[in-house]
Write a protein that binds this ligand. Structure first.
Ligand code: SAH
Ligand code: F3S
Length: 482
C-alpha cells in the first residue's frame, strides 16, 4: 500500500533468518505494494534453504535483492537510484551480487542487464523457486534471468519467513496476477494472469501464524473479491471446469467466512477490492464476524463515467454508488478508502469535477491519489495520447488530496468521545511511553502504555485526534483479547 503522492514505502529485512549452517548474507528490500513485501518473505524463505541468512547491513551482503515496482515511472526511478547506492557498496565489497526481482524485472527483462551494469540477476514474480539455480549461474560469473510467468504458481507450498515484523500482523497472499486489464495498469503484464491459491494452504499458513502468536492477517490479492478456487488453474479457465469443480468452488466470501470462523480471536483484513467484483455476500460475511475489520479499500480511479469506460473499469458511477449504499446498509460502521488517478488521457475539467462530486458524496475515510503516469505496453500507453499537461494533473491532484484531507479529518473526528478496540502493534513514534495500533477501521490510535503489551486488544477511549491519528487512553481489554 502506498502513501499519498509519495511513490512507495520501503523496508529492509530484519536479521530474521539466522540459521547456523548458513554462511552467506542476503540483503533484501522491497518497494511498492504489499504483495511485493509478501513476496520478499517467500524469497527469503527459499534462500534460507540455499545458505543465506538475512542482514540489515547492505555493505556486508553477499547478495543484494531489490523487489521492484513498475506501477508509475517514479517508482522505477526510485529503484534506479537505489541501484546507484548498491554500486557504491559493491566497490567496497567486490564479491557482492545484485539481483532485481518483481515488476521491473518482468517489464524490462534482459534490458535491465544491459542498462544497469551492476545487475547480475533478473527474476520475475513467478520465478522465485528458480533462484537457487540462477544463483549457481551467477556464481559461475554468468548473468542469470528468468521472467517466465506461470499459469499456476501461487507459492502455496512455501512457508514465508516473516520480515520486518513485530510478530502481530502478517500478510497472506490468496491470489496472484490480475485479469482486469484496466487500460492504465501495468500489473496484468508484470504479474500475469489471475490464479487463486488452494484454500487449505491458506488455512495452514494462517494456523501457523496463529500458533506463533500473530493476532492479525491481511489477505492479499490485486483483486481479492475475484478469488475463486475450483481445483487449480487460471481464473479465466473456470468456464472449462467440471460440474463437480463448479459445485465445490470456493469464492472469496466462502474463504473469508472460513478464516473468520476458524480463528475467532484473529483479526482479518483484506485488500484490494475491485468494485465490479465486490458482491453483497462478502458484505454479509463482514457484518457477520466481529473479527473481520470494518474497512474496505474500494478504488474508484475516476468519478466520470466517460473516463471509467476509457480506463476499462467495468462499472459506472451509479453502480459504484449502489455498492457504497450496500456497504453502508450492511456494514454501517465500515471505513471506505479509495485510489484515484488524475489526468488520465482526455480528462477534462468536467470529468475532474465529477470526481470531486463523487468524493463529496462518498466522503472517504482515506485515499491514495496519483497523477497519471503513462506505462509502456498498456492499452492507454499504446493507444491514448498522454495529453493532460503535467501542471494540470498536479493541480487536480492537489485539489483531490486537499478534499480528501477534509473528509479524513471529519471521519477521524467522529471517533472522539467513543471507545475503539485497538490491536497494539508497536511503540508510538512520538513517545516511548505510548503504544500505537489500529482500530477496526484501520485508523492509527495511540495511548499511554499502562500495563498493556504488544499483541493485546485494548479498548481505548478517544480524547482527541489529528487528521489521521486517534489519541486516547486505555479503559480495559477489548472483546478480542484471548
Ligand atoms: N488492484 C491493485 C491495484 C494496484 S495499483 C491493488 O491491489 O491495489 C494501485 C493503484 O495505483 C491503482 O488503484 C491506481 O490508482 C494506481 N495506478 C495504477 N496504474 C497507474 C498509472 N499508470 N498511473 C497512475 N496511477 C496508477
Ligand atoms: Fe491494475 Fe486494474 Fe488489476 S488497477 S492490478 S489491472 S484491477
Amino acid at each position: 500500500m502506498e502513501k499519498v503522492i509519495d511513490e512507495s514505502i520501503q523496508g529492509s529485512a530484519l536479521e530474521l533468518v539466522s540459521k547456523p549452517e548458513n554462511s552467506k548474507k542476503l540483503f533484501i528490500e522491497s518497494y511498492g505494494c504489499q504483495m511485493n513485501f509478501s513476496d520478499s518473505e517467500i524469497v527469503a524463505s527459499i534462500l534460507a534453504e540455499t545458505g543465506y541468512n538475512t542482514t540489515k547491513v547492505l555493505e556486508e551482503a553477499d547478495l543484494v535483492l531489490v523487489n521492484t515496482c513498475s506501477i508509475r515511472d517514479k517508482a522505477e526511478q526510485t529503484v534506479r537510484k537505489r541501484l546507484e547506492t548498491y554500486q557504491v557498496a559493491k566497490r567496497k565489497n567486490p564479491g557482492m551480487k545484485v539481483g532485481v526481482l518483481g515488476c521491473m524485472a518482468e517489464r524490462l527483462k534482459s534490458q535491465l542487464l544491459e542498462e544497469e551494469k551492476i545487475v547480475d540477476l533478473v527474476v520475475g514474480p513467478d520465478a522465485y523457486k528458480d533462484l537457487p539455480n540462477l544463483l549457481v549461474e551467477v556464481e559461475a560469473g554468468r548473468d542469470a534471468i528468468n521472467v517466465i510467468l506461470s499459469k499456476d504458481e501461487t507459492y502455496g507450498d512455501i512457508a514465508p519467513v516473516r520480515l520486518d515484523t513485530t510478530g502481530v500482523s502478517a500478510f497472506v497472499s490468496i491470489t496472484r496476477g490480475c485479469d482486469n486489464m484496466c487500460t492504465f495498469c501495468v500489473v496484468p503484464f508484470t504479474r500475469g494472469r489471475e490464479r487463486s491459491r488452494e484454500p487449505q494452504s491458506i488455512m495452514d499458513e494462517i494456523s501457523d501464524l496463529w500458533q506463533k502468536g500473530y493476532k492479525e492477517v491481511t489477505l492479499l490479492g490485486q483483486n481479492v473479491d475475484s478469488y475463486l478456487w475450483y481445483g487449480g488453474g487460471l481464473k479465466k479457465d473456470f468456464v472449462k471446469a467440471t460440474d463437480l469443480q463448479k459445485a465445490t468452488a470456493v469464492s472469496f466470501a466462502d474463504l473469508l467466512d472460513r478464516v473468520a470462523t476458524a480463528f475467532p480471536k484473529l483479526r482479518v483484513r483484506f485488500t484490494t477490492s475491485n468494485p465490479q467484483d465486490m458482491h453483497t455476500e462478502v458484505l454479509e460475511v463482514i457484518a457477520k464476524h466481529a473479527n473481520i475489520c470494518k474497512h474496505i479499500h474500494l478504488p474508484i480511479q475516476s468519478g466520470s463515467d466517460r473516463i471509467l469506460k476509457l480506463m476499462n473499469r467495468l462499472h459506472t458511477r451509479e453502480e459504484y454508488f449502489t455498492l457504497i449504499d450496500n456497504v453502508r446498509r450492511i456494514v454501517p460502521d465500515c471505513a471506505i478508502t479509495q485510489d484515484i488517478i488524475t489526468g488520465f488521457p482526455t480528462e477534462t475539467e468536467e470529468d475532474h469535477a465529477d470526481t470531486i462530486d463523487l468524493m463529496k458524496k462518498v466522503r472517504y475515510d482515506f485515499g491514495y491519489m496519483y497523477a497519471y503516469s503513462e506505462r509502456p505496453g498498456t492499452l492507454a500507453g499504446r493507444k491514448m495520447e498522454d495529453d493532460v499537461p503535467q501542471e494540470v494533473k498536479l493541480r487536480r491532484l492537489r485539489e483531490i488530496v486537499d478534499l480528501q484531507q477534509i473528509h479524513s479529518a471529519e471521519r477521524t473526528q467522529a471517533f472522539v468521545g467513543q471507545i475503539v478496540e485497538v490491536l497494539v502493534e508497536k511503540e508510538s513514534k512520538r513517545s516511548k511511553a505510548e503504544w500505537a495500533g489500529r482500530n477496526s477501521q484501520n485508523l492509527t490510535t495511540v495511548f499511554p502504555k499502562g500495563h498493556y503489551q504488544v499483541g493485546d486488544f485494548v479498548n481505548v477511549l478517544i480524547h482527541r485526534c489529528t487528521s489521521g491519528t486517534l489519541i486516547g487512553e486505555a479503559v480495559g481489554y477489548g472483546s478480542m483479547q484471548s
